[in-house]
Write a protein that binds this ligand. Structure first.
Ligand code: HEM
Ligand code: SF4
Ligand code: SF4
Length: 386
């Protein structure tokens, strides 16, 4: 009898590769299955969290990269609570997400940054320093301000148009485009071999929008209030980003508006949403009592801290302007830009924020696969009949 070649390749380096991205220690796992039973998201097309973890342990790189499960896991921690071996499957899923982020990223920069705190901090600081240089250069050469006037001239904000509009477009939209450019690569990794027709993708397109806006999986989290908190944070960030990218001329002005003008209350509302959402995350992680906040990795902290610092510095610049402290407002506004730029450039392109694209995408692709599976018997019956 001929011996058949086994088509699966094991890669002994996979486990050590994954461990470069954080804690991944399920070696004590004896496959009891309690984690999978406890997970609310388990379905025929997603068998949490064991499948992905098993792939990693067995060195099955290709199936791991093809899988979307780590993005569907909403980090509720139920699996870690029930694990009799304290293998912490939730933490393994978080590390797998970081590992996958680096695999989706074609420049190689993401892998460097996500593997090393020094590189990550270095990249944030480098972008901040470039921003400082851009601000100083703008005042010295574009505006023609003498260096000695830096400490004495209250300038206002209006003078920065249109350059600030182009700047905001560049630092917000370029990282977003870079992030979106990975969708094709992720499709190739996860969907290309499935032979699914484009009509199925079109039919399920609503899933992407729905998951992006409503984030229904997080609603299942036993940690009540998390969905609302995260929803407010996401909504506040999107409103603020939209204002800054599309309505900067209207928003960033030296005019003084009454409180009922949308220019003011919309800004306060967005800032309030952001601070409320971030406060919950940072407080929870500081106390580290609930399962979802245990084991905070460096990368989990940088993003919320940067969002909070951006929101507070923006509010401070606004308050100083309304209180009539022109020079202080100008300096604090510069600080606001120096914090916001690395957050947008690094966090959106390579860091935690990329999940706003990857998560809905994974859920969309999963829905496409599910529909294609449902249609398969029907398609076969039609072709048999023909
Ligand atoms: C502007 C958009 C978004 C922002 C600012 C944002 C922000 C955040 C932050 C700061 C965290 C960390 C929470 C923690 O450390 O405890 C987080 C986690 C999470 N987000 Fe978002 N998010 C956005 C969009 C989305 C979307 C579109 C989805 C889903 C479809 C999503 C699903 C999740 C999930 C499941 C978690 C928990 C697991 C994890 O930390 O990776 N987010 N989000
Ligand atoms: S953390 Fe929650 S969603 Fe993720 S695998 Fe565990 S039980 Fe499932
Ligand atoms: S509950 Fe723990 S020991 Fe059981 S299969 Fe899951 S990770 Fe392994």
């Amino acid at each position: 009898m001929a011996v058949q070649a086994f088509p699966i390749q094991c890669d002994p380096t996979l486990l050590s590769d994954i461990r470069q991205y954080g804690k991944f220690d399920p070696t004590g796992c004896y496959q009891c299955g309690s984690c999978t039973v406890s997970c609310e998201l388990v379905s025929d097309s997603a068998t949490f969290p064991r499948k992905s973890i098993r792939y990693a342990l067995l060195g099955l790189r290709a199936p791991l990269l093809r899988g979307l499960d780590p993005w569907i896991c909403h980090d509720c921690g139920d699996c870690s609570l029930v694990c009799p071996r304290h293998s912490e499957p939730r933490i393994s899923m978080i590390t797998l997400r970081r590992f996958l982020c680096a695999q989706y990223e074609w420049t190689g920069i993401g892998a460097r940054l996500l593997q090393s705190k020094a590189w990550y901090l270095g990249s944030l600081i480098s972008v901040a320093v470039l921003t400082v240089l851009a601000i100083v250069g703008y005042h010295l050469w574009y505006v023609g301000m003498a260096a000695k006037d830096f400490a004495t001239t209250p300038f206002g904000l209006d003078h920065m148009f249109p350059i600030m509009t182009y700047y905001t477009l560049a630092v917000a939209l370029l990282p977003l485009l870079l992030l979106l450019s990975r969708i094709v690569h992720i499709w190739r990794l996860t969907m290309a071999g499935e032979g699914i027709g484009w009509t199925t993708y079109v039919r399920q397109a609503w899933v992407y929008a729905y998951q992006m806006v409503a984030q229904p999986l997080m609603r299942k989290c036993p940690e009540h209030g998390r969905w609302l908190q995260h929803g407010f944070l996401a909504l506040g960030t999107v409103i603020m980003l939209a204002i800054k990218v599309f309505g900067l001329r209207w928003f960033q002005t030296d005019n003084i508006y009454p409180i009922y003008n949308p220019q003011r209350w919309l800004g306060y509302l967005a800032a309030g949403f952001i601070i409320y959402g971030i406060w919950g995350i940072l407080y929870g992680r500081w106390r580290a009592q609930k399962e979802i906040y245990k084991e905070t990795h460096f990368h989990d902290l940088v993003f919320p801290v940067l969002i909070l610092a951006t929101a507070i510095s923006g509010l401070a610049a606004h308050s100083l302007r309304y209180l009539g402290f022109g020079l202080a407002c100008h300096y604090v506004y510069a600080l606001h830009v120096i914090i916001a730029t690395p957050m947008l450039v690094i966090e959106m392109s390579f860091g935690k924020w990329s999940h706003m694209v990857y998560r809905p995408l994974a859920l969309y692709f999963t829905a496409v696969k599910e529909l294609a599976t449902q249609q398969a018997p029907a398609r076969k019956a039609v072709s048999d009949a023909i």
